[in-house]
Design a protein around this ligand. Sequence first.
Ligand code: FES
Length: 85
Amino acid sequence: MYVCSCFGITETQVREHAAGGACTPRQIASASKAGTDCGSCVRRIQSLLGRGGCPRRELLSETLAGASETAVQAVQAVQDLPEAA
Ligand code: FES
């Protein structure tokens, strides 16, 4: 299915660019030109990227969530240490 009719860019192509690291409409435009003419496809591209279309973004979110959890555990461990006399 075409996402950008101005440049003939399909949903599959947008997903491929996203898998390659393009996680914003601007990056998709740099990779494919999609969204750089009439602009009517930009919202559609944004929604594709927001719905699991960007594997790197999800990986980053999971990594940050894990790092945040680790930081909380580290703070709790420090708080549990006995105070030095
Ligand atoms: S439909 Fe994508 S720039 Fe026009």
